[in-house]
Design a protein around this ligand. Structure first.
Ligand SMILES: O=C(O)CCC(=O)C(=O)O
Ligand SMILES: [Fe+2]
Length: 288
């Protein structure tokens, strides 16, 4: 018998915090993936919400090939992809940039009618220290709410806006002053405001989670002034330290987060250094 032909990846998960996040070992993401390994990775993602891989040697093409196993690839309406690989977005921050991409707690594309199912971020060049990314478990955030608050939020929807900051400044103008990455006005046919339930149910696990992030401008049927105190409360609650983990990157690390039950935050603490990441986002369904 040829032992090699039956050799499978040995997928092991190693949690990095009590709340969420696990490093997965035993997988080379640059190689074709068998159905068994993929099923194990799906279980790891659903159990740990964000999974991390170390020491991966990926090109934009092999990163994309791995991502395609999970669904269709989402093209960002505001940011321009890599010239020869438009599905891959290069996130680059240099000492000239004052702000960073993803530098506030959020969940990706909450402004679109079908926000991302997940995002895969691959580290090409990381600073000598700093540039970690934080994640927060939104199942735990929901579970920790009182019954009264859960009942109230169950009837509420959030109006989520992508092309404007609160106060009306366009994302393009806001970024132009502070981020060198190209931000464009989205095409006219792309929906940049969407209404989503504040409590959503995960389509695969059936669990409820709090669905809040920096795209939420106000609650449906209320004014911004009425909404703001509750938005502030929920955003602070949703990222309590015991709901979070923090991932220190190395060159060759890949993070894959389930965007349906987490938030994340890219820490901007490396003013004199450059950080380059390659990001692929997988399409999701309408939240319910
Ligand atoms: O650069 C990071 O660590 C995360 C940026 C971000 O928010 C994203 O890729 O969705
Ligand atoms: Fe993000």
């Amino acid at each position: 018998m040829d032992g090699m032909s039956t050799l499978r990846n040995r997928v092991e998960t190693h949690p990095i915090a009590g709340s969420l996040g696990a490093v997965v070992t035993g997988v080379d993401l640059s190689r074709p993936m068998d159905a068994h390994t993929l099923a194990e990775l799906r279980t790891a993602l659903l159990d740990h919400l964000v999974i991390f891989f170390r020491d991966q040697a990926l090109t934009p093409a092999t990163q994309l090939a791995f991502a395609r196993h999970w669904g269709d690839i989402h093209l960002h309406p505001f940011m321009t992809g890599m010239p020869d690989q438009p599905e891959v977005l290069e996130i680059r921050k240099t000492p000239a940039d004052k702000r960073n991409f993803g530098g506030s707690w959020h969940t990706d594309q909450m402004f679109s009618p079908k926000p991302a199912m997940g995002t895969m971020l691959y580290a090409k060049q990381v600073p000598s220290v700093g540039g970690d990314t934080m994640f927060s478990n939104q199942y735990l955030a929901y579970d920790a709410l009182s019954d009264g608050m859960k009942r109230m939020l169950a009837r509420m929807n959030a109006v989520c806006v992508g092309d404007k900051k609160r106060g009306g400044v366009s994302r393009k103008d806001f970024n132009a002053a502070t981020i060198a990455m190209t931000t464009v006005e989205p095409p006219k046919d792309v929906q940049t405001t969407s209404v989503h339930p504040v409590i959503r149910t995960h389509p695969e696990t059936g669990r409820k989670s709090l669905y809040i992030g920096n795209h939420v401008h106000y609650f449906e049927g209320m004014t911004e002034a009425e909404s703001q105190p509750l938005i502030d409360y929920l955003r602070a609650h949703s990222v309590r330290p015991e709901f979070t983990c923090r991932f220190p990157w190395q060159n060759g690390s890949l993070a894959f987060w389930d965007n349906r039950c987490t938030q994340h935050f890219a820490i901007n603490d490396y003013p004199a250094e450059t950080r380059v990441m390659h990001r692929v986002t997988i399409c999701g369904d309408a939240p319910f």
